[in-house]
Ligand binder design. Structure first.
Ligand code: PMP
Length: 284
C-alpha cells in the first residue's frame, strides 16, 4: 500500500514526494529528527519529543517551522490517513535547500518531512528473547545530545554487530559505556541497582529514558545515573536498553558473556510492562 507522507505543507503519495538535491539535509546531514511511537493509533509521549525537538533545533540555530499545535495535527493526520494502529511517526527538519557552501544560508525556508512506518512494537521478538550486544569504540561526534540525522557511524556499528552475529552494539568511550546505536543503555547490579549514564553531550537524552526512570522510581527501584565500565556490565545481574520504538528491551549477552540465566531479567521485564502500561494510559 502506498503511504501518504507530509512534505513542506502538503500531504502527498510517497512516490510523489520530492526534496531538492540542494537540500542541506542531503548534502551536510544539516537536520534534526524525532521518532514518536504509535500504539492503538495514539502518540506516545508527544510532548517529550516536541521538547527535545525544540532543544535540538535551538542548538543548531534552526527555527521551529510551525506551531506545536500544527505539528500535533500533522502527526495525527498522518496516523489517520495511513490507518496506522501500531508503529511510528518520523519527523525531520533540515535547514532547507541552498547552493552548497559551509556557511549556513540566511533565511532559507526549512524542509519539514514526516512519514509513518507500521511496525509491531508490543510484540517484539528481540524483547521477548533478550538482545545480544557487542561493544565498539564510540567514534561519533561530541554533540550526541543533539538528535541530528548524522547517523552513519551508528549505522556502521549496527552493521558490525550483525556481521558478528548479534543484535546491536553498545558504544564505549574511555572504558565507559555511553549508549547503544539507537537506544540508551542500562545495567542492573547484583545488588539490584539500575545504573545508566548521566545526561551530558556524550549521549542523547532519551524520552523513553526519562519515562522509564520515572517508572523505576515509582516502583521503588534504586537508580544511579553515572557512567559504568564494560567490566561492570559483564558482571551485572541484567541489562537492558530503552528507546521510543523498542520501549524497554532486555539485553542478555554482552561481548559473548551471558548475563544471569541468559533470559530477560526481572527488572527489565517489570519495567517494560510498567512503561507500556503508563504509555497506553497517557497516549494522545
Ligand atoms: N540514544 C540514541 C543514540 C538514539 O538514537 C536513541 C533513539 N533515537 C535513543 C538514545 C533513545 O531515545 P528515545 O527514547 O527518545 O527514542
Amino acid at each position: 500500500m502506498e503511504r501518504t507522507v507530509y512534505v513542506n505543507g502538503s500531504y502527498v503519495a510517497e512516490t510523489e514526494a520530492r526534496i531538492s538535491v540542494f537540500d542541506r539535509g542531503f548534502l551536510f546531514a544539516d537536520g534534526v529528527y524525532e521518532v514518536t511511537s504509535v500504539l492503538n493509533g495514539k502518540l506516545i509521549d508527544f510532548a517529550g519529543h516536541l521538547r527535545r525537538l525544540r532543544r535540538s533545533l535551538n542548538e543548531l540555530a534552526l527555527e521551529m517551522p510551525c506551531s506545536d499545535e500544527e505539528l500535533l495535527a500533522i502527526h495525527r493526520a498522518l496516523v489517520e490517513k495511513n490507518s496506522l494502529v501500531e508503529g511510528l511517526v518520523y519527523l525531520q527538519i533540515t535547514r532547507g535547500a541552498a547552493d552548497r557552501q559551509f556557511l549556513f544560508p540566511k533565511s532559507t525556508p526549512q524542509t519539514l518531512v514526516l512519514f509513518t512506518q507500521a511496525r509491531s512494537l508490543l510484540e517484539n521478538a528481540e524483547a521477548r528473547r533478550g538482545a545480544r550486544v557487542v561493544t565498539v569504540d564510540d567514534l561519533r561526534w561530541g554533540r550526541r545530545d543533539i538528535k541530528t540525522v548524522q547517523l552513519l557511524y551508528a549505522s556502521m556499528a549496527k552493521m558490525e554487530a550483525h556481521a558478528r552475529g548479534v543484535d546491536d552494539a553498545w558504544f564505549v568511550q574511555d572504558g565507559m559505556v555511553t549508549e547503544g546505536t539507537s537506544n540508551n543503555a542500562y545495567i542492573v547490579t547484583r545488588e539490584g541497582t539500575i545504573v545508566t549514564r548521566d545526561l551530558s553531550s556524550d549521549i542523547l537524552a532519551g524520552i523513553t529514558r526519562a519515562a522509564v526512570l520515572e517508572c523505576a522510581r515509582e516502583l521503588q527501584m534504586k537508580v544511579e545515573e553515572r557512567p559504568f565500565t564494560v567490566e561492570e556490565a559483564l558482571k551485572a545481574a541484567e541489562a537492558f536498553t530503552t528507546s521510543a520504538t523498542g520501549f524497554v528491551c532486555p539485553v542478555v549477552e554482552i561481548d559473548g558473556t551471558v548475563l544471569g540465566s541468559g533470559e530477560p531479567g526481572a527488572v527489565a521485564t517489570r519495567l517494560r510492562q510498567a512503561y507500556i502500561e503508563a504509555s497506553l494510559n497517557s497516549a494522545i
